[in-house]
Write a protein that binds this ligand. Structure first.
Ligand code: SF4
Length: 98
């Protein structure tokens, strides 16, 4: 949750400044865009055809929610870097031992 200077709350920093995307106001104790709040909160990646088959699902939790709401897949960057990381890991561990 991100809160702006006027107390408007947003589920993502990408939404700040667009009051239509505010999910409430902490100063006035009022709700805002409840439908958007539920869209952010109730996504179940295990029901997504692609994510449910993806080995990164336990780690990425279905990717970036903001990207998903834009109709994109916000896959974790780990997907592109894990191979390099795993190859480099033994070297890093050896350096830390010495
Ligand atoms: S890496 Fe991409 S496809 Fe895999 S679970 Fe995450 S969002 Fe879904």
């Amino acid at each position: 949750m991100v809160i702006d200077a006027e107390g408007f709350m947003y589920k993502c920093w990408m939404d700040i400044g667009n009051r239509a995307l505010s999910v409430g106001n902490i100063k006035s104790n009022t709700l805002g865009n409840e439908a958007l709040l539920y869209q952010y909160m109730l996504y179940e990646p295990v029901k997504d055809e692609v994510c449910s088959q993806c080995k990164y699902l336990p780690v990425c939790l279905g990717g970036c929610p903001h990207e998903r709401l834009q109709g994109k897949k916000g896959c974790t960057t780990l997907k592109e870097t894990v191979q390099d990381y795993m190859e480099y890991l033994p070297e890093v561990m050896e350096q830390n031992r010495s």
